[in-house]
Design a protein around this ligand. Structure first.
Ligand code: ADP
Length: 650
């Protein structure tokens, strides 16, 4: 086969371009990425060799590094599965992960954040181009007799040709760039640097990562005695990595930094974890666990494809990668591992679900995590808020899920934006600040605090100075309804039912007005009979003319959320129109009703539609609404004109 020249896929070109011109400062991770690919390739070979008799069974695996300072070359070789001609083209020249493509499209024209790319997708092989001006791959698949050489300088194209290589596996040679862009990559050609990078990023890779090292040994005479002052140089193949898994060590031997590096390598995260919890339990059930809370939620956390779970080792042997029985649904974002000598290795998938020991470990871990979160909330508010921003919605879901069985455990972890406070506060803090006469915890739903503050329902509350929890997540009201009360104080929506906070005198006054205007109210109700269940004069409004509130059960917000759910649940919140009797508009309507009762229909309908608009709800017939408004505006103008004429004539 002669040499072929091929173009990179468009997206690959973009990715390469980003890599080559990357502002990414952490260029040293290229080595970790290539070693991790090599380790994966050995994994693949090993697994296949167990079942495929055509493959030699062996335990002699190795990832070998070579540095040639003069030629500015670093070589990474493995005896893994290797690649065929088509795999070389398919795996290296194209981007398989659909997420990466999406991401690149979205990134166009935006500033690249270094964590984004490598953090989310581990672009792996391409990172070699951050430090190399040329990359060469020589590879021979375990299933092929021919070896191939792939070469690229990372611009638009690569070449492939046949080459000679005896053993299966892959050898990647990087030619390190020199002083380009004022950056100096010379240090990557120092063996001490390579050694330290392996230690830092790849210490727990399970295959030996080796590199040759020159060693001076004393020369021996014919009798085998050392000759003083004379040395031979010997070349030794030194293993650089520890290979012992982190959990086999003692907690006290390990620094936070080491743990963080382990986390990043094992769970493919660019960022350090927000915190970790290391547990050693000895007793009836003995286990060790290391749990990490990521500092950023993975992009696919809420997609169906996301798999929660912890790695499970029993009797020191790896059992599975994602044991979901160890993680309650709402903590799906945690990463880590559990090692227990007490677990039976032969448990089947189905039996895992009912495994008492696993359930017990799950419960213990859950408590530990909640404990740690409580501590953070108490001692490091800023950190907790960062956590909340990423994962708060999960905690809320945890309260709501399972019919609220976890509410006691989790309710003190929730922090709320409120109308009066500048910072997020807990329910405990809210209750502590409640004035004596306030009996209920008020909340209101709106997309933002400003929007809630502007709603008519806030009128009276505002004048009383009561604080109101701002609920802006879809899950919020569902969570509140499961909570029911906190510290024996019931929750009370400012957008629902009766808000019984007006002074007695005020209530009396409104009652009187209601009696006085009973005809008018009955008439309005009749006009709106298909729309609202009740029309009443309000005690909660101060400046606003009308508002719409829901009945005590289902709120408008919940109605919206439920109607968006798949399935055909048809739920409707009860609508109550409240009219402000102190408002000029109501007084105007009283006059209209007295002088032109036939016009009351238009007014009633306009009032109602206004209330819908304020509530952010849809108007059924916007054209009819607009026509009625126009009619009234024209009439108002005509009345103005007549008045004007009258006054001139006076
Ligand atoms: P990822 O490793 O995340 O899949 P990479 O871009 O690093 O992405 O690698 C792309 C693919 O190329 C790998 O999935 C693998 O199939 C192949 N590959 C990379 N390095 C090696 C290697 N050393 N041996 C065999 N195959 C490899």
């Amino acid at each position: 086969m002669s040499k072929e020249t091929k173009q990179f896929q468009t997206e690959s070109k973009q990715l390469l371009h980003l890599m080559i011109h990357s502002i990414y400062t952490n260029k040293e991770i290229f080595l970790r990425e290539l070693i991790s690919n090599a380790s994966d390739a050995i994994d693949k070979y090993h697994l296949l060799s167990l079942t495929d008799d055509s493959l030699e069974k062996t335990n002699e695996y190795e990832i070998h590094l070579e540095v040639d300072k003069k030629k500015r070359k670093i070589t990474i070789s493995d005896n893994g599965i290797g690649m065929t001609h088509d795999e070389l083209i398919g795996n290296i020249g194209t981007i398989a992960k659909s997420g990466t493509l999406e991401f690149l499209k979205n990134m166009k024209g935006k500033e690249m954040k270094e964590s984004d790319l490598i953090g989310q997708f581990g672009v792996g092989f391409y990172s070699a181009f951050m430090v190399s001006k040329k990359v060469e791959i020589i590879t021979k698949s375990a299933f092929s007799d021919t070896a191939y050489k792939w070469t690229s300088v990372g611009e638009d194209e690569f070449t492939i040709e046949e080459t000679n290589r005896e053993e299966r596996g892959t050898q990647i040679t990087l030619t390190i760039r020199k002083n380009e862009d004022e950056e100096n990559y010379d240090e990557f050609l120092e063996t001490y640097k390579i050694r330290s990078l392996v230690k830092k990023y790849s210490d727990y890779v399970k295959y030996p990562i080796t590199m040759e090292r020159e060693k001076s040994i004393p020369k021996l005479d014919a009798d085998g005695n050392e000759i003083e002052g004379e040395y031979d140089t010997m070349i030794e193949n030194e293993t650089l990595n520890e290979m012992v898994p982190i959990w086999k060590k003692n907690k006290s031997e390990i620094t936070d930094e080491e743990l963080h590096e382990f986390y990043k390598t094992a769970y493919y995260d660019y960022n350090d974890p927000m915190f970790h919890i290391w547990t050693d339990v000895e007793g009836l059930l003995t286990y060790k666990s290391i749990i990490f809370v990521p500092s950023k939620a993975p992009q696919n956390l809420y997609s169906e494809k996301y798999e929660k779970g912890l790695q499970l080792y029993a009797k020191g042997v790896f059992v599975m990668d994602k044991c979901k029985e160890l993680v309650p649904d709402y903590l799906r974002f945690i990463k880590g591992l559990v090692v227990s000598p007490d677990l039976n290795l032969n448990i089947s998938r189905e039996m895992l679900q009912h495994n008492r020991q696993l359930m017990k470990i799950q419960k213990n871990l859950e408590k530990k995590i909640v404990n740690e979160l409580e501590k953070t909330l108490k001692n490091d508010r800023e950190k907790y808020e960062t956590f909340w921003k990423e994962f708060g919605v999960n905690i809320k879901y945890g309260i709501y899920d399972n019919f609220g069985t976890n509410k006691e455990l989790l309710q003190d972890l929730v922090i709320f934006e409120t109308v009066n406070e500048d910072k997020l506060i807990t329910l405990k803090e809210y209750v502590e600040k409640m004035p004596k006469e306030q009996k209920e915890i008020y909340y209101g739903s709106a997309h933002t605090k400003a929007a809630l503050k502007a709603t008519p329902q806030m009128d009276l509350i505002k004048s009383k100075g009561y604080d109101v929890l701002v609920l802006s997540d879809e899950i919020d009201e569902f969570m509140i309804s499961i909570l029911g009360e906190y510290d024996k104080k019931p929750f009370k929506s400012i957008n629902k039912g009766n808000l019984d906070i007006a002074d007695e005198s005020e209530k009396e006054l409104v009652k009187d007005l209601e009696t006085k205007n009973v005809d008018l109210l009955t008439k309005i109700k009749e006009v709106l009979k298909d729309e609202v269940e009740e029309v009443k004069l309000s005690t909660r409004l101060k400046e606003s003319p009308v508002c719409l509130v829901s009945g005590d059960d289902l709120s408008f917000e919940m109605e919206k959320v439920i109607s968006q759910l798949p399935g055909d649940q048809e739920v409707k919140a009860k609508k109550i129109l409240e009219i402000n009797p102190q408002h000029e508009l109501f007084q105007a309507i009283e006059t209209i009703y007295r002088d032109h009762p036939e016009e009351i229909e238009d007014y009633a309908s306009i009032l109602y539609n206004q209330a819908l608009l304020i509530e952010g709800l849809e108007i059924k017939d916007p054209v009819a609404f607009s026509n009625k408004m126009v009619k009234i505006l024209i009439k108002a103008a005509q009345v103005g004109e007549t008045n004007g004429t009258d006054s001139k004539n006076d």
